[in-house]
Design a protein around this ligand. Structure first.
Ligand code: GDG
Length: 468
């Protein structure tokens, strides 16, 4: 069996207790757990000058190889092009997108540095799987260095509509870089369709009879492959002592009230302010529910060096403070606004204690919180999932209450409906959702992608299968 080499911006091996990790790290850890794989990426540390020195560490059968980046790299590539250009743009926030040449150069430089450092570690039969928007040009850089192995790419975030993407200077260069991969995966058919539309109408490419895409003189296979949870691991964790403890602690603190839960990285794409305003609207429309219900919003800080993230943090605190000031009573607070990160096991207990989970991003590649919430429920008394139609997860989780997060009325109505839903409907919806989460798990995602990558390796001409 070929070795799997995963390349992503950050590498974060599991730690005891499961410290806070973003969706991608959680998924890659789960995907590599049963693979004797290599995981290559940035250590998260910066040095005044780039050294290219590789540090390795192993845990649970996964070897991590990391490099430090130069301070300027972190500024221009990570905080810059990745998180101030591509992230907002791909989440439809042109208003927040920074178009700066220095960011583009930093992005190209870091991708080059990644490729140069990774090159000597690649063995003949390795399959290489590059993750996410930070590393789109990786395949081109590796090919330029003679790598002929099968290389795949998976985009964890949405692929934007063509009309949005063309606002990016040198958008064609970015898309052309993708054509150096053999397989490119998107979370949903919708993002894949948007990519195909760009290839056809902007790049003059075509869809081949076998489903392949051809443009820029190259061919790739593009697929929609939704990411999933390690559902089994999650179920085990949900039954662990820390999970049971946090569940009991939550139950006690609910004192018979219903809990609405939100769990998100503090990010403007997650629709946090809109969600709080919808909750305020719900309280105004349904005063009979006051005192019977509260919202626990857990939003952990990420990317705190980026200005837009400091802004959203301040706005969210102000908004929850305003709602509490206006609505709270001496023995009831409507919003519990928590920034402290929790262990994953602790989180599983909190999910289980929730009566309703609000997953209302304005745009989201997939959203694993929706799946984690479902995986944490027990059949006796499952909670209700309210899910934004703009999360990739909505294409799979149709038994959730699907809402438009931009409409406070719509979300407020869904909260009311969720709170009133009888137990048989809750169980029926949950059962179907749970089946889906268990079936389309992270192993299914990994296996399907790796199979395509293996196929791509076989399709190479003979001189290419001797590649190094
Ligand atoms: C990107 C895409 C896609 C949150 N708070 C805590 C904590 N979390 C964990 C959750 C979940 C993860 O963070 C968030 O995952 P999401 O999928 O919701 O979102 P992104 O981080 O934006 O991930 C997304 C994903 O990649 C995978 O492809 O689904 O669309 O944007 O796992 O549980 N974890 C811990 N403590 C916290 O306080 N331990």
């Amino acid at each position: 069996m070929s070795r799997l080499v995963v390349v992503s911006n950050r590498v974060s091996l599991p730690e005891p207790g499961g410290a806070s990790q973003g969706g991608l790290a959680v998924a890659i850890n789960a995907a590599l757990r049963q693979y004797s794989g290599l995981w290559f990426g940035w250590s998260g540390q910066s040095t005044p000058e780039f050294t290219g020195r590789i540090s390795t560490r192993s845990a649970e059968g996964v070897t991590a190889a990391t490099i430090d980046l130069e301070e300027q790299d972190v500024h221009e590539y990570y905080n810059g092009f990745a998180n101030r250009t591509l992230w907002p743009l791909f989440h439809y926030r042109i208003d927040l997108t920074a178009f700066e040449r220095a960011y583009g150069s930093g992005y190209a430089r870091v991708n080059r540095r990644f490729a140069e450092t990774l090159r000597p570690l690649i063995e003949r039969d390795d399959m290489i799987w590059v993750q996410d928007y930070h590393l789109i040009p990786m395949a081109r850089e590796l090919r330029e260095r003679g790598v002929e192995n099968a290389i795949g790419f998976f985009l964890h975030i949405p692929w934007p509509a063509r009309e949005i993407l063309v606002t990016l200077p040198r958008h064609q260069q970015l898309v052309e870089a993708l054509f150096h991969y053999d397989v490119v995966g998107f979370q949903t058919q919708e993002w894949l369709d948007a990519f195909i539309a760009y290839v056809r109408y902007e790049a003059g490419g075509e869809v081949l009879p076998d489903g392949g895409l051809r443009a820029f003189g190259r061919t790739l296979r593009a697929v929609a492959l939704p990411i999933g949870l390690d559902a089994e691991e999650f179920a085990t964790m949900a039954a662990s002592a820390p999970a049971v403890e946090s569940f009991e602690r939550m139950q006690e603190s609910k004192i018979g009230r219903k809990m609405l839960l939100g769990v998100d990285r503090l990010d403007y794409s997650k629709g946090l302010e809109e969600r709080l305003m919808a909750f305020e609207r719900f309280l105004a429309d349904h005063p009979e529910h006051k005192r019977e219900v509260f919202m626990l919003q857990i939003s952990t800080h990420t990317r705190s060096d980026v200005e837009e993230y400091q802004d959203i943090s301040a706005r969210l605190d102000a908004l929850s403070g305003r709602i509490n000031g206006a609505c709270a009573e001496m023995d009831w607070i409507p919003v519990r606004n928590v920034h402290r990160p929790h262990g994953r096991d602790e989180l599983a207990g909190i999910y289980r204690a929730a009566d309703v989970c609000l997953v209302t991003p304005l745009r989201d590649g997939m959203n694993l919180v929706a799946k984690e919430f479902v995986a944490s429920q027990v059949e006796d008394d499952p909670g209700v999932l309210i899910l934004s139609r703009f999360a990739g997860a909505a294409s799979q989780m149709k038994e959730a209450l699907i809402v438009n997060p931009f409409s406070q009325e719509d979300v407020a109505d869904a909260i009311n409906r969720a709170l009133k839903m009888d137990i048989s409907e809750r169980r029926a919806r949950w059962r179907t959702l749970h089946e889906g989460v268990a079936k389309h798990d992270v192993a299914a995602w990994r296996n399907a992608f790796v199979m395509l990558l293996e196929g791509a390796g076989l399709e190479q001409p003979p001189e290419k299968s001797n590649r190094k």
